[in-house]
Design a protein around this ligand. Structure first.
Ligand SMILES: NC(=O)c1ccc[n+]([C@@H]2O[C@H](COP(=O)([O-])OP(=O)(O)OC[C@H]3O[C@@H](n4cnc5c(N)ncnc54)[C@H](OP(=O)(O)O)[C@@H]3O)[C@@H](O)[C@H]2O)c1
Length: 339
């Protein structure tokens, strides 16, 4: 059986290009005792993949050249010689940018797709959702009546952060890169306000949106947004430092922010990596499933069809083209006979 795969062909210099990837077709190996074959339905595209494409080590090792690109997936079991899985089971795992995978089942988690649709396990109820929840509740610790600001607010993580802030009785203010995104954030997701950082003067727009200052800033982007927010933080503000996407394509380190407001306001800034907190995922999955059923959390997906379109879609993610969680619908090409 044929298996289309997207490999890391070379390491990007600055911006990612399609030539950094190579698409190949390989033969799927036969399933041995203890193994299972899964067909990928959805692939998650996430900003962390940019860091893995570089040579330098970050919190995780650099991705090997010539290997299938790393990525979270929702897949269906099509054949199993592993007693823990049977054909028809849906699993979340890390099959990466490919159509099929033969594995021993390690790291696969069965999911129920009868109530929650499969791609949501890569977004709102998946890694980005738990990231939002962990950073906001465990580091941001918002109290009722406080003001919470989040950047990349229309994205996978940011959209959940603002809605969780509302559930906690806070004022939720988003920062996003277009009018359409700001409209989504306020009208569909229920934030109190949203600042379009590409159009409005950031500092004065944030001042207007946050008349009582900023108590929690959930930072997804770093750079200019972080610098503006720091000038408006309240005493004892908390800043969960989740991501720095404005720098991911940079070839040189940008000038550092001015940290004097952190000192003057006795604020806390704390970085975190969601994979360190696997022990809390079950709590989040339970609560999030409940909030979804009650309609207290909504989400938007940006679905790209066809694995061969993953490189272009990933490049778009780093330029802000996605609205909501970006996923690739992998198994939709009837001309391709794969697993
Ligand atoms: N710490 C962790 O464990 C962890 C886990 C998951 C994600 N993260 C981080 O969380 C952040 C959001 O991830 P996500 O999966 O939710 O992605 P996302 O928000 O769905 O998509 C990325 C968004 O980032 C914004 N962006 C892109 N380039 C930018 C730039 N140069 N300056 C400012 N904004 C830019 C764009 O939105 P706009 O159009 O609004 O700019 C884009 O749509 C990323 O920094 C990611 O690395 C961290």
């Amino acid at each position: 059986m044929k298996n289309k795969q997207v490999l890391l062909a070379k390491r990007p210099r600055g911006r990612v290009e399609e030539a950094d990837f190579r698409i190949v077709e390989t033969e799927t190996p036969a399933v041995q005792d203890g193994q299972l074959l899964t067909r990928v339905h959805y692939l998650s595209l996430d900003p962390y993949m940019r860091g893995r494409m570089d040579e330098s080590k970050s919190y995780a090792p650099s991705h090997p050249l010539g290997a299938v690109m790393i990525g979270g997936t929702v897949a269906e079991v099509v054949e199993s010689k592993n007693p823990k899985f049977k054909p028809g089971d849906f699993v979340v795992g890390m099959a990466g940018w490919q159509q099929c995978q033969v594995s021993d089942g390690a790291g696969l988690r069965k999911i129920d797709v009868s109530v929650i649709p499969p791609p949501a396990y890569l977004g709102c109820v998946g890694m980005p959702g738990v990231t939002a929840w962990y950073g906001l509740t465990q580091i941001g610790k918002p109290k009722e009546g406080e003001t919470v600001v989040v950047s990349a607010a229309a994205g996978a993580v940011g959209s959940v952060v603002g809605q969780l802030a509302k559930i906690r009785g806070c004022r939720a203010v988003g920062v996003a890169g277009s009018e359409a995104k700001c409209e989504l954030v306020v009208k569909e997701l229920g934030f109190d306000a949203c600042v379009n950082y590409r159009q409005e003067p950031l500092l004065s727009a944030l001042q207007k949106a946050c008349p009582k200052g900023i108590d929690v800033y959930f930072d997804n982007v770093g750079g200019d947004v972080l610098a503006a927010v720091l000038r408006l933080i309240n005493r004892f503000a908390r800043i969960p430092l989740c991501g720095l996407i404005s720098q991911y394509n940079a070839t040189e380190l940008p000038p550092g922010p001015n940290f004097s407001p952190i000192l003057v306001n006795r604020a806390l800034i704390r970085g975190f990596i969601v994979s360190d907190h696997g022990d809390r995922f079950a709590d989040f999955h339970r609560d999030c499933a409940q909030w979804l059923r009650e309609g207290r959390i909504r989400y938007r997906e940006d679905v790209v069809v066809g694995l061969e379109n993953a490189p272009e879609a990933f490049i778009g993610l780093l330029r802000g083209r996605n609205v909501g969680k970006l996923v690739v619908k992998v198994g939709d090409d009837p001309t391709v006979k794969s697993c």
